[in-house]
Design a protein around this ligand. Structure first.
Ligand SMILES: [Cu+2]
Length: 366
């Protein structure tokens, strides 16, 4: 401070540099939210309002409470009546598969409703944690961008043995440590239902290329919704897919009209390995923490220009009732598009979830 009580130019310069460095190293915080009366309709009250927190901003007791609530869903019986479900947790996995494996193929990925449906799915997950397992703590998200910029996507303590556990090992990629090492999955792959371990094969080097601040910044700079969601879906959302060659094969397979979410890579012995990705990935509790990061990217992007973006929706669409496909091609996604969860929660529209503090939803991110 100088004699007048103002910061010196040198300190101001340093603060400016610090601010720039911080901006590069962390995603911006979405806002304004709860203090902006024009952005929520009054049913999102301060009592209901939740702040979703980055995993590292939960204290140890909160992290453990979150892990315990997930375990609670794993221990509760299934309730949807979907085939082969064995627990409340598997209801979520089966639900995601149900909309990935429709007669029309996937109707929640590669479409304009990709981001709204997954925002709704996060809400379904949170609602089960709270209503059926008594969870009262914050929902977690993971700042993947920050870890990518630091050069190690597996840096977060969430991978530790006293948290989610780390990458799987062996040919099956079975997770052998952490809170869910004993988790057995029965839903998938694809339309099959086979008993198998919780597998996890996150590739730090590949993910760093997909989710570093340069890439997310490029997505973030896109001015309209369709190129934005496509960028998010292609890069940060698929942050863990291994090896460029795998992605080429992915496109080739997609071009043939087969599953888009096959992953090809090579194991330690040089043998090609095929992994099943998107349809049953919610079996891993990491899925929801990853998707909260994706949702936060979208929310942050919306709040740059809320007047234009908060209710901006577009992109090719498809649902499971308008069959066959209209001859004039895929319709455009609209705010009226209905989001479903196999009756775990009532259907809502895309419009209902566009604004996270609209009343139906009531949260922000730290
Ligand atoms: Cu998905």
């Amino acid at each position: 401070m100088n004699d007048l009580g103002n910061p010196t130019p040198l300190i101001l310069f340093s603060l400016a540099n610090l601010a720039a460095a911080t901006a590069l190293n962390s995603t911006p915080r979405p806002g304004p939210t709860v203090d902006s009366d024009d952005l929520y309709d009054g049913t999102c009250t301060r009592e209901r309002f939740q702040t979703r927190k980055e995993w590292r901003n939960l204290d140890r007791a909160q992290q453990q409470a979150y892990l315990d609530a997930v375990q609670c869903l794993i221990d509760l019986p299934a309730d949807t009546g979907m085939e082969h479900t064995t627990s409340r947790w598997s209801d979520l996995q089966a639900l995601h598969r149900f909309f990935t494996e429709t007669e029309r193929g996937g109707i929640i990925h590669n479409v304009g409703q990709f981001l709204p449906w997954h925002r709704y799915f996060l809400h379904v997950h949170e609602t089960l944690l709270r209503d059926e397992c008594g969870y009262e703590g914050p929902v977690a998200w993971w700042n993947e961008q920050s870890d990518a910029d630091a050069g190690d996507l597996l840096w977060s303590p969430m991978w530790n043995a006293d948290n989610m556990g780390g990458n799987g090992t062996g040919m099956q990629g079975c997770v052998v440590d952490g809170a869910f090492a004993d988790l057995v999955e029965y839903i998938g792959p694809f339309d099959n239902n086979t008993e198998r371990c919780l597998d996890r094969r996150w590739d730090s080097a590949w993910a760093i290329r997909n989710v570093n601040s340069t890439i997310t910044g490029q997505c973030f700079d896109l001015p309209t919704y369709t190129p934005f969601w496509q960028c998010v879906a292609y890069y940060p959302h698929k942050g863990c897919i291994r090896r460029l060659a795998g992605c080429y094969v992915l496109s080739f397979v997609w071009g043939l009209g087969l599953r888009w979410d096959l992953r090809f890579d090579f194991n330690e012995l040089g043998l090609m390995r095929i992994d099943v990705m998107a349809d049953v990935k919610p079996g891993d509790p990491m899925f929801f923490i990853h998707h909260a990061f994706i949702d936060r990217l979208w929310y942050t992007w919306q709040m740059v220009d809320p007047d234009t973006r908060l209710f901006e929706i577009s992109g090719n669409s498809i649902n499971r009732t308008d069959l066959p496909m209209p001859v004039d091609g895929s319709p455009e996604t609209t705010l009226d598009y209905e989001l479903e969860s196999y009756d775990i929660l009532p259907n809502v529209t895309v419009e209902d979830v566009m604004n996270p503090v609209s009343g139906y939803l009531c949260y922000e991110y730290d």
